[in-house]
Design a protein around this ligand. Structure first.
Ligand code: CUA
Length: 336
C-alpha cells in the first residue's frame, strides 16, 4: 500500500526512517481529503439532480438546519484538523530531537561542494558515508554563502548558514546510495553542487573507517585535537580555562550541554548552535556574571576551525557515568 502510493505520487525512495513516517502522514492526509472531496462532489451531484427546479414557478423552500447538524458540520472538520496537528506535531518533535547516541558528522558547505568531517577521523568531499540502522546527527554550516543540504530520499532539507551550526538527524534503515542536492541558490555552479550519502552495513562502515585511517597517517589528528591547537593559536585560552576554574570568560570544562544563566535573565543550553554563535556574535547571549568583552571571531575562524573548537569543548567533560570532577564555582566580581 505504502509502496503503491509512493509510486502513484511520484515520490523518490524512502531512504530514512523519517521518510517512511512523513510519507505515511502525507498519504493519510491526501487520502482523507480525497475521500471527503469526492463525497462532497458526489453529494452535490445527487442533490443537483434530485432537487432540481422542475417548474419555473416553483419556489425554493426555506430551510433551517437543526442545531445538532450545525454542530456536526463544525466539529467533524475541527476534529480532523486537530488530529493532523497532533500527529504532525509529534513527528516534528521527534525529528527535531536527535537521539543522544547519534553519531555526529560535521557538514561544511562551500561554493560549490560539501565537506563531511567525522570527529574521530577522516573527512570526505561530496560523499557522506554512514552506517545503516544507526542515528546520525549532522551539524551543518557554510564557509561562504547560504546553501541548503537536501536529500530527497530522506525527505529533509536544512539550511547551511555561515557562522552558525544547524543540526538535523536521520537514520537510514538499509544500505544504499542517496543523492544530495543544494536547495538554496548559491551562485554559478549551484546546480552542480551535488553530493551523495552512501549507507553501508555496520560492518562495512567500520571497515571503511579503518581503511581511511590507515590510508591517511598525517591527517590522523582528530577534530578535538585540532581544536586544541586552534584554541591555543587564536588566544581563546587566555580567557577560557579548560580546568573548571572561571577566568575572564566561563570555563570550557563541562561547558557543553550545560544550561547557563544569561545577563538580563533567561537561560541557554550550551550546544553546538550556542557555542558557534558565541564565537561569531559573542555579545548576543552573555553568560551572567561575566563581562561582555569577547571579540567576534567572525571571519577569523574557518568553518573547519570552528567545528574543531566545538569538538574540543565537547571533549572537555568528565566521563559520562560518575559525578563531575570539577564543579564550576560561582563567579563573584571583585570590583577591581
Ligand atoms: Cu550551494 Cu546552492
Amino acid at each position: 500500500m505504502n509502496e503503491l502510493l509512493r509510486r502513484l505520487f511520484f515520490l523518490p525512495e524512502q531512504g530514512s526512517t523519517f521518510a517512511t513516517r512523513v510519507d505515511a502522514l502525507h498519504f493519510a492526509m491526501l487520502l482523507t481529503t480525497l475521500g471527503v472531496g469526492t463525497g462532497l462532489g458526489l453529494t452535490g451531484l445527487v442533490f443537483l439532480v434530485r432537487y432540481r427546479r422542475r417548474a419555473s414557478a416553483e419556489p425554493t423552500p426555506h430551510l433551517i438546519a437543526p442545531v445538532w447538524l450545525e454542530a456536526v458540520f463544525v466539529s467533524v472538520p475541527l476534529a480532523l484538523f486537530l488530529l493532523w496537528f497532533a500527529l504532525g506535531f509529534r513527528q516534528y518533535v521527534w525529528v527535531e530531537s536527535p537521539p543522544p547516541d547519534a553519531m555526529d558528522v560535521y557538514v561544511t558547505a562551500k561554493q560549490w561542494m560539501w565537506k563531511f568531517a567525522y570527529p574521530g577521523g577522516p573527512s570526505a568531499i561530496d560523499t557522506l558515508v554512514v552506517p545503516a540502522g544507526r542515528p546520525v546527527r549532522l551539524l551543518i554550516t557554510s564557509r561562504d554563502v547560504i546553501h541548503s543540504f537536501f536529500v530527497p530520499d530522506f525527505r529533509f532539507k536544512r539550511d547551511a548558514v555561515p557562522g552558525r551550526y544547524t543540526e538535523i538527524w536521520f537514520e537510514a534503515p538499509r544500505p544504499g546510495r542517496h543523492q544530495v542536492l543544494c536547495a538554496e541558490y548559491c551562485g554559478l555552479d549551484h546546480s552542480q553542487m551535488r553530493g551523495e550519502v552512501v549507507v553501508l552495513s555496520p560492518a562495512d562502515f567500520e571497515a571503511w573507517r579503518a581503511s581511511r585511517r590507515e590510508g591517511v597517517p598525517v591527517a590522523g589528528e582528530s577534530m578535538a585535537e585540532r581544536g586544541e591547537h586552534v584554541a591555543a593559536s587564536q588566544g581563546c585560552l587566555q580567557c577560557h580555562s579548560v580546568t573548571g576554574v572561571p577566568h575572564i570568560g566561563p570555563t570550557w570544562w563541562g561547558l557543553y550541554g550545560r544550561v547557563e544563566p544569561l545577563v538580563g535573565g533567561g537561560k541557554v543550553l550550551a550546544d553546538e548552535a550556542y557555542l558557534t554563535e558565541s564565537m561569531m556574535d559573542p555579545l548576543a547571549k552573555v553568560v551572567a556574571g561575566y563581562p561582555p568583552v569577547m571579540p567576534s571571531y567572525h571571519g577569523r575562524l574557518s568553518a573547519g576551525d570552528a567545528g574543531a573548537l566545538v569538538e574540543f569543548i565537547k571533549s572537555l567533560r568528565p566521563p559520562r557515568p560518575g559525578p563531575p570532577v570539577a564543579e564550576e564555582p560561582v563567579y563573584v566580581p571583585t570590583g577591581r
